[in-house]
Design a binder for this molecule. Structure first.
Ligand SMILES: [Zn+2]
Length: 277
């Protein structure tokens, strides 16, 4: 049973180990009281009030204030999605390896949201921020577009890689990237509120029968089909037989033979021995 798949390989992520939300402190003093309010007051619409710009503020400064407010809007949304905690670790299943990843940041991509909302022009500036740009940004700010899951992202860096075939771990610090919250919600990534040990992730990984594999009937592990050994296991069972003397069916001991799949002759003989008990 495949739990998820992409065109190239099985991609399966487990998220584990929640911790308290930790965001960078807001830069603007006026927002500090807002963030320290209780969660109930952290409404998604709580920052819809248009920011006041300092007198004679340049467009560049207005842009910075607006983008900071949009950043805070994203943080509030993330707090809404993860009221107490956010993921600390992710386990991605790639082929026959599991990669353990440390979540380094939870953020949101407001420029992407602006583009999705048709405000592409508003952020297409290079150095010079025009009046038109500010007007469009304010329009974007006021229209309060709903933050979408794909605009929330989790940055991660690789911690180690676990190889299911060799049962070995290798440190893997070179890679880092991000995934989107929408991937969590779509089921591409498993989200668990319970702290989950890597061992649990491994067991779950091993419970997924991957393409081209089969289960060994004795050791209960999966192996490539090319390795499959099929054997007749002789056991004891009961069967109903007709007793013509008594004129009725009777339960009788019998010898059974069952075709079973094994990873090796060793597992086949162990299974046979267990049947002979
Ligand atoms: Zn086996």
């Amino acid at each position: 049973m495949r739990r998820s798949s992409t065109a190239n390989h099985d991609t399966h992520l487990l998220i584990t180990g929640y911790s308290r939300l930790q965001f960078a402190r807001p830069k603007l003093q006026r927002d500090t009281h807002f963030l320290s309010n209780s969660m109930a007051q952290l409404s998604l619409l709580g920052d819809t009030q248009r920011p006041d710009f300092p007198k004679m503020a340049s467009n560049k400064v207005k842009y910075e204030i607006l983008s900071e407010r949009l950043r805070l809007r994203g943080e509030n949304h993330i707090r809404w999605e993860f009221p107490d905690k956010f993921p600390e670790k992710a386990f991605e299943f790639c082929g026959n390896t599991i990669e353990e990843r440390q979540i380094t940041k939870v953020g949101w991509y407001w420029i992407g949201a602006a583009q999705d909302s048709g405000f592409r022009d508003a952020i297409n500036f290079s150095g010079k921020v025009t009046n038109e740009c500010i007007a469009r940004l304010i329009e974007f700010f006021d229209s309060t577009p709903e933050i979408k899951d794909e605009h929330i992202y989790f940055n991660w860096k690789s911690v180690c890689r676990w190889h299911s075939a060799t049962k070995s771990e290798t440190p893997s610090f070179s890679s880092s990237s991000s995934f989107r919250y929408s991937d969590l919600k779509s089921g591409k990534i498993n989200l668990s509120m319970e702290p989950m040990l890597p061992e649990l992730a491994r067991r779950q990984y091993e419970s997924i029968l991957r393409d081209g594999n089969f289960w060994c009937s004795y050791c209960r592990k999966q192996f490539p089909i090319a390795q499959k050994v099929t054997d007749n296991i002789i056991g004891r069972g009961r069967k109903q037989v007709w007793n013509s003397w008594k004129g009725r069916m009777e339960d009788k001991a019998c010898v059974t033979t069952t075709m079973m799949d094994f990873c090796s002759g060793t597992c086949a003989s162990h299974e046979q021995m267990s049947m002979e008990g």
